[in-house]
Structures are given as C-alpha cells and as structure tokens.
Design a protein around this ligand. Structure first.
Ligand code: HEC
Length: 135
C-alpha cells in the first residue's frame, strides 16, 4: 500500500524538486553576472589625470597645472605654469561644458594645446568633472 503511494507521488516530488533547483540555479546565475562598476570620479581622476595633475598647489607641479578649484577659474591662470600659446587667447572660465569639450578633445577647444589626453566616454568625463566641481 505504501509502496503504491510512493510511486504515485514520486513524480510530483521530483517535479517540485527540479523546479526548486532550476529556479535557484537561474537566480544564482543572475547574481553571478558582473555588476556594473560604480563610476567614482576620485578614482578616475587618480588613474587618468593624476600622472600629470595634482589637486593641490602645495605639491610640486607635474606636466600639467594643479586642478584644485579649477571649475570657475580662468583658463590658463596658474602662476608659474608655462601654458602653450593657444591659452593666451582662451578667454573663458572653466565650467562643465568647457571641461567636457576639453576632455573630449583638448586641441579642438584650444588649438595647439599640449595635453596628451582624450576621453571618448561621456559618463567617464561627467564623473571626473563632478569630482573637479567638489574639489
Ligand atoms: C599626459 C599628461 C596629462 C594628462 C594625463 C592630463 N592632462 Fe590636463 N593638462 C596637461 C598639460 C600639459 C596641460 C597644459 C596644456 C597646454 O599648456 O597646452 C593640461 C591642462 C589642463 C587643464 C587646463 C588648466 C588651466 O589651468 O587652464 C585642465 C582643466 C586639465 N588639463 C584637466 C585634465 C583632466 C581632468 C585630466 C584627466 C581626465 C587631464 N587633464 C589629464 C597634461 C595632462
């Protein structure tokens, strides 16, 4: 009698078991997908600008001028830094739009600029510019 019952219910249990395994398997497969990296402006700045720029005028200058408080500052206005000739005609203060254009293609904004850097990704530029606004 009990053997008959077991035979009747076994497929049901088997089905439930498989369903449970499959659903946990697909849940963990989803969790295993690489989560998108948060774009951290400070880290990006360190990695992509830090070789040439400091964030403090107290530190010795590198290849480029220090960038602390650059948002709102007139282009080419760091005393003692020898800018390329085009900066003499750069009659503007750095804001988000100018920085975005500069990081996309420095030479297009200021002809003859000698900054060897270009960033094609808008989200990376935005994260770095946000960091500059706060520092
Ligand atoms: C390979 C070195 C190098 C890297 C990397 C670099 N820069 Fe520059 N940057 C320079 C140089 C050199 C200048 C001066 C350009 C000139 O005189 O033509 C400059 C100038 C600037 C200026 C103008 C500053 C002023 O006083 O008007 C800004 C803003 C700037 N860089 C931002 C950045 C940011 C933000 C990054 C990173 C995303 C970066 N730079 C990466 C070398 C670099």
């Amino acid at each position: 009698m009990s053997g008959w019952r077991a035979a009747q219910f076994a497929p049901v249990f088997f089905g439930l078991f498989c369903g449970a395994v499959l659903s946990t398997a697909s849940a963990s497969a989803q969790m295993a997908l690489p989560s998108p990296k948060p774009v951290d402006g400070a880290t990006l700045f360190k990695q992509q600008c830090g070789v040439c720029h400091t964030m403090s005028s107290a530190e010795p200058m590198r290849q480029g001028p220090p960038l602390s408080k650059v948002v709102g500052r007139r282009a080419g206005s760091i005393e003692g830094f020898r800018y390329s000739a085009g900066f003499a005609k750069a009659d503007f203060a750095w804001d988000e739009a100018k920085l975005d254009a500069w990081l996309s293609n420095p030479q297009e904004l200021i002809p003859g600029a000698v900054m060897a850097y270009r960033q094609a990704k808008p989200d990376v530029r935005a994260a770095i510019i946000n960091y500059l606004k706060d520092n």
